[in-house]
Design a protein around this ligand. Structure first.
Ligand SMILES: C[S@@+](CC[C@H](N)C(=O)[O-])C[C@H]1O[C@@H](n2cnc3c(N)ncnc32)[C@H](O)[C@@H]1O
Length: 431
């Protein structure tokens, strides 16, 4: 957030919405948000954020009107015609070719607003496959965070003005004219599943061949954009494509998405995610408790990790050291060059076989507690209790594990002494 965008009264308003309406608007760009709030406040002739907060407290129904103002639902059939033509002529045939003739084709329109984008997609797929094949093989997920928009999208009913960009032939083939409205044919509509889904918080779909998310990310804060893009990477099948809006030029994470046509904002799925990518995704528990942008939360978690009274480290799913707190650095004599190294090559790898442990975690995902593990260090024998907790991403895949070490040497030595003394006593008694 720019410091110029910071206004404590506005932040209080966002906080109120977050706490009381379960709606986290902090994921959107502050400048755009402020403009949209002011627009709504002008309609109500309210001149400052504090008074608007009072108004919201007294008028529960205002929340819906506010959301309708903030979530800009503007859409259109074949919006940016050139890019849709490119998609129809180059990408959709590629997807079809990459599949077996009977295989399903999964498409996701994320932020579909009132449906124009989804029905544009449906028409292009039906044209490419033929209606019969389309009905058998295509599955379209159409999602938006705005329930009113989704309801409208489900109805699939459009005015004369709204359908003016649809070629005449396609209009008569795919729409039924009922009085003055154009209704998308119900048979083709049966392949579309509508659902409420918040891109910034909900788990993504999976095995998607074509993900269309146009003119949505542009409203999101850049950290939220980055985390949504990681979710999109999850969502895509290996040979899947991502189609963004014409003003969305911000993919700078080259390993996640490979440009297919920058002009048309179409990308192919890139390489595997790194642990850094995974960390861009907010954990599910933070949805309601979120108090600030993602980087604030990450700094907070890092500080919490650092201030743990115990040495802790994080190992990624390949068994490489990802991070360690100061106490772990000191105990195990680590340095920054060790980050990224296979744990087996480091001193910590001599204590327990982390490779075997990661395999075990991958199997049953249950935490592992090891008691009294003996470590012959330079400073003598140390006994450690080791708590190993699996870390999974939103899709449930194991991405690493947290290792916490509790030094129980004194306790173990004391126990050993007590048991030795008990043995001596027993022997003396026997004599
Ligand atoms: C400008 S419209 C774009 C519609 C369509 N994709 C297009 O390009 O024609 C933006 C849509 O994104 C939706 N949206 C905004 N934030 C969202 C979020 N966090 N998750 C899902 N949808 C969101 C809004 O409700 C709105 O319907």
């Amino acid at each position: 957030m720019n410091t110029s965008d910071y206004n404590p009264d506005f932040e209080a308003l966002l906080d109120y919405l977050n706490q009381n309406c379960g709606c986290d608007l902090t994921v959107y760009k502050r400048a755009t948000l402020m403009r949209r709030f002011q627009h709504r406040m002008q309609q109500l002739q309210i001149d400052n954020y504090t008074n608007y907060l009072q108004y919201l407290r007294g008028h529960a129904e205002e929340y819906t009107s506010l959301l309708n103002t903030v979530l800009i639902n503007f859409s259109g059939f074949f919006r940016d015609r050139d890019s849709w033509d490119y998609l129809a002529n180059n990408i959709i045939p590629k997807i079809i070719k990459s599949k077996q003739p009977h295989e399903k084709i999964r498409v996701w329109s994320a932020g579909c607003a009132c449906g124009e984008e989804v029905y544009t997609l449906a028409m292009l797929l039906a044209e490419n496959l033929g209606v019969e094949q389309y009905l058998q093989r295509v599955q379209i997920f159409a999602t938006d965070v705005d329930k009113d928009a989704l309801m409208q999208a489900r109805q699939a009913s459009f005015s004369e003005n709204e359908v003016k960009e649809i070629p005449t032939e396609a209009l008569s083939k795919y729409f039924e004219k009922v009085e003055q409205r154009y209704i998308f044919r119900s048979k083709l509509r049966s392949t579309i599943i509508f659902g409420c889904h918040n891109l910034a918080a909900d788990a993504p779909m999976s095995k998607i061949d074509l993900l269309v998310c146009r003119n949505v990310l542009i409203y999101l804060h850049c950290q939220t954009q980055a985390s949504v893009l990681v979710r999109f990477h999850f969502a895509l099948a290996e040979k899947g494509f991502l189609f963004l809006g014409s003003a969305e030029n911000f993919i700078n994470n080259k390993h996640l998405f490979i440009p297919v046509s920058l002009k048309h904002h179409i990308f192919a799925k890139g390489q595997n995610l790194t642990l850094e990518d995974h960390l861009l995704i907010q954990p599910k528990t933070s949805q309601k408790k979120a108090v600030g942008p993602l980087n604030t939360q990450i700094r907070f978690w890092q500080a919490a990790f650092e201030s743990s009274p115990f040495p802790q480290l994080v190992v990624d799913h390949r068994g490489r050291l990802f991070m360690a707190n100061e106490k772990a650095y000191t105990l195990f004599g680590l340095n920054n060059n060790n980050l990224g190294a296979p744990v087996q090559d480091l001193e910590i790898g001599r204590i327990v076989n982390s490779f075997m442990l990661m395999r075990q975690l991958n199997g049953d995902r249950r935490p592992i507690n090891l008691k009294n593990v003996e470590w012959k260090s330079d400073r003598g024998t140390i006994y450690l209790d080791i708590y190993i907790t699996p870390i999974s991403d939103v899709s449930g895949s194991l991405i690493g594990a947290n290792f916490t070490y509790v030094d129980v040497t004194r306790y173990t030595q004391h126990e050993n002494e007590v048991s030795t003394q008990a043995q001596i006593c027993q022997e003396l008694l026997r004599k």
